[in-house]
Design a protein around this ligand. Structure first.
Ligand SMILES: [Fe+2]
Length: 323
């Protein structure tokens, strides 16, 4: 069910939807070469529509990946992950027997403890384990759509409280560790983001809290916010809103950090898994109170995809995921 997106392109790309509610593979593209304006527009549109893009067989350099990322915005530097001295925007995630994976086997959106969390993250696999090491993605716009109307309205006025909680464990309890931690607490104080975020480029609403960084809901007692947050965190665990990526060497995933959560499955240890990552700067999240005057980019309904299914008489139309 490849979708022809740009008949006018000299070398047309294909966009193939992978999941019911998110993810598409972009085919017939070589990211080692600069993209012309029309191809970039097609990729950008596919990114907004599908929330996660997958590119296979991209044996490209780190510089190529960074150049691709810069088409979407300025690259950012992670405040806690070790980065390359000469390329601070590049993170190498190299996990093996002596460096077990940690902190990423939980649904999260990258760096949401920041006032302006990243727009998106680009990850390229260079060494993949023989078994395991998949990444799960969850469309939080589909999770929002699946909620009852009254629940949507209730959530729309709330703000989540965020903290760089898991990274606190990186600092020792000695004087130097405490000093560094205080320094970072000053730099990244706890802050609030709307529970229902409006996407700044597609207008879609999504649930913007995650178990890794959201610690409460503004104005609510922990006895009230705790169970509510648990319910919201668990929305990502519905298979209907998920897409599971099996990596091969030279696979690239580019996800929209503003609308999807991801979870790196830690089932491959002690095998080696090496990835390269860059992150694109984002803007300050806003909720339903702020007027959105951009273009609405709806998700392509599955009915419109070319699926070879015989029609069923009197069948109800397929609707967006709703429980
Ligand atoms: Fe992450």
């Amino acid at each position: 069910m490849a979708q022809a997106v740009q008949q006018t392109l000299a070398d047309p790309i294909s966009v193939v939807r992978l999941g019911r509610n998110l993810a598409a593979e972009i085919r017939d593209i070589d990211l080692s070469k600069p993209l012309d304006a029309a191809t970039f527009t097609a990729v950008h549109h596919a990114f907004l529509e599908n929330e996660v893009l997958i590119f296979r067989d991209q044996d490209i350099s780190s510089a190529d990946m960074m150049a691709f990322g810069r088409l979407f915005g300025e690259l950012s530097v992670h405040p806690f992950s070790p980065t390359m001295a000469d390329n601070p925007e590049l993170i190498i995630l190299d996990n093996h027997r002596d460096n077990p994976p940690r902190l990423t086997d939980i649904f999260h959106s990258d760096e949401t403890f920041r006032e302006t969390p990243p727009l998106g993250t680009i990850l390229r696999s260079t060494i993949t384990p023989r078994v395991g090491g998949d990444t799960m993605f969850a469309s939080m716009s589909a999770a929002y759509e699946g909620l009852d109307d009254r629940t949507q309205r209730f959530l729309s006025g709330l703000e989540g409280e965020f903290d760089f909680k898991p990274f606190r464990t990186l600092f020792g309890n000695d004087e130097e560790g405490r000093r560094k931690l205080h320094e970072l607490e000053d730099k990244y104080p706890q802050l609030c983001h709307p529970v229902v975020r409006v996407h700044p480029e597609s207008g879609r609403k999504s649930i913007f809290v995650n178990r890794q960084f959201t610690i409460g809901i503004k104005g609510m007692k922990p006895s009230e916010s705790g169970p509510l947050l648990e319910m919201l965190f668990n929305l990502a665990y519905q298979p209907e809103v998920q897409y599971r990526l099996q990596w091969q060497p030279n696979t690239i995933a580019f996800w929209d950090n503003r609308i999807v959560l991801h979870y790196a499955i830690h089932d491959y240890y002690p095998q080696r898994r090496r990835m390269e990552r860059v992150t694109i700067k984002g803007d300050k999240p806003f909720g339903v109170d702020a007027p959105y005057d951009g273009t609405m980019i709806p998700k392509r309904d599955i009915e419109l995809m070319e699926i070879d299914t015989p029609p069923v008489a009197n069948a109800a139309p397929v609707r967006a995921f709703k429980q």
